[in-house]
Design a protein around this ligand. Structure first.
Ligand code: FMN
Length: 284
């Protein structure tokens, strides 16, 4: 029986749903599947597994920083088989390509690649009244994920080659936006701009929502953001008092958001109209 590790990160649940379906497909093909969730940068030796799957949402047309660190620090991949699955809203950029190339550099064999829409809780869109791929992953996308799990198992057992192509290059505007949200800028600049205003009542929801424990309280109960921020804005979106503000509200991001929204709507990427207030996103 093949031992499979599925390591994934999910902020809003879409990646988790797909991970569960892939695990189901692998399990029905007689594989022994372990799932782990990736939060912070941990070094992991995977030598006890035959197959390793990495799953992630797309953040800013690339993987989130915690996933990049996790993949970079993986040990023991020589002669292992790997697969990658990613979730995205409007455009995946080089998210999947980046992970697949890193895994290949570490000597693993690429067994397959799966991509699906996932509900897109990006603050820039939501605060402008649009939510992309709200209903994804759909029942159909989830059954494709399960089928992908079965395919991975049969490719491994029957030594079949993987067939999924790499994604096309990131369109220019999206590449530019990715540069604006690069890691050095996120660390040295944007992460320092998060603050809670006088409406904060210390409910601590933001602390609980932060996927990587980046928010703490000082002795006066004042919130402090450290520099490992993923810029997911889960804190800002979840605040029931709308008390959290950051660089992500800055006007420099407005042209990107406006472009992304109109470009994506023209490309008929599924979306719904929403309003967001006091930690709640509702359909209008
Ligand atoms: C901070 C942030 C950045 C995102 N950036 C992108 C992006 O560049 N391209 C894209 O297609 N989707 C993007 N998304 C959408 C997510 O990839 C998508 O919603 C995914 O399904 C979320 O997975 P989860 O529910 O497991 O957290 C972004 C979402 C967030 C929160």
């Amino acid at each position: 029986m093949e031992k499979v590790l599925i390591a994934s990160f999910s902020q809003n649940g879409s990646t988790r749903k797909v991970a569960d379906q892939i695990a189901l497909g692998l399990g029905s093909s007689n594989c022994d599947v372990t799932q782990m969730s990736i939060t912070e940068n941990k070094s992991l030796d995977v030598k006890e597994y035959d197959i390793i799957g990495i799953g992630t949402p797309t953040y800013f047309f690339r993987p989130p920083f915690n996933i990049m660190d996790f993949v970079t620090n993986l040990r023991g991949l020589e002669n292992k088989s790997t697969f990658v699955f990613i979730l995205h809203g409007t455009n995946q950029g080089n998210c999947g390509n980046w992970i697949r190339k890193e895994l290949n550099k570490k000597g693993s064999k690429d067994l397959g690649y799966f991509r699906s829409y996932g509900a897109d809780y990006w603050i820039g869109y939501i605060k402008r009244g649009t939510m992309f791929s709200h209903s994804s992953p759909t029942t159909q996308e989830l059954s494709s994920a399960e089928a992908f799990g079965r395919t991975i198992a049969s490719r491994y057992k029957d030594k079949l080659p993987q067939v999924e192509e790499f994604d096309p290059p990131t369109p220019f505007m999206y590449g530019l936006e990715r540069m604006f949200v690069s890691r050095p800028l996120a660390k040295m600049m944007y992460s320092k701009t998060f603050r809670a205003d006088k409406n904060c009542d210390n409910c601590r929801i933001c602390i609980k929502k932060c996927p990587i424990g980046n928010i703490s309280e000082n002795t006066n109960g004042k919130l402090k953001w450290q520099s490992k921020c993923l810029l997911c804005a889960a804190c800002e979106l979840s605040c029931p008092k709308d008390a959290i503000h950051s660089a992500l509200d800055w006007v420099i991001f407005a042209p990107f958001m406006t472009y992304n929204i109109s470009h994506s709507k023209n490309k008929k990427i599924p979306f719904v109209n929403v309003t967001h207030r006091k930690g709640k996103t509702v359909l209008t």
